[in-house]
Design a protein around this ligand. Sequence first.
Ligand SMILES: [Zn+2]
Length: 129
Amino acid sequence: MPEPMPESPAAAPAPRDDAFTLFDLRVEVIATDRPMVCNHPAGDFFTLRGENLAFPPGQTFPLYPLAALLPLLPAKQRPTHPNDWMTTDAEIACPDPYCGGRFRITRTGTTTFRHADVTLVPLPPEDSV
Ligand SMILES: [Zn+2]
């Protein structure tokens, strides 16, 4: 009886595409007709790509406005329904009621990630999706 032929690489199943895309964000301080109370001058900004916040060299950003913005950013990174307020509303008020600052969240581009690069949780089998 002949030995079975080793499986050729061409017969192996194609690797599963586990890519997904998130929006890159820019959050910029916008002035209003009311004075700023916090240390966030108009024009200051930070960016978010994936899980990474980035600030221009030497620029700081106050803790309390950042804490107010953080829950919104993962939703803004993901595609949302055109009628969803999360899609249309881009300006967030400073949480200090005496501060006139606002923060504009802009989707500046996209970055594609691979599931296997960002988590150890396996994807469900393809036939169960
Ligand atoms: Zn403020």
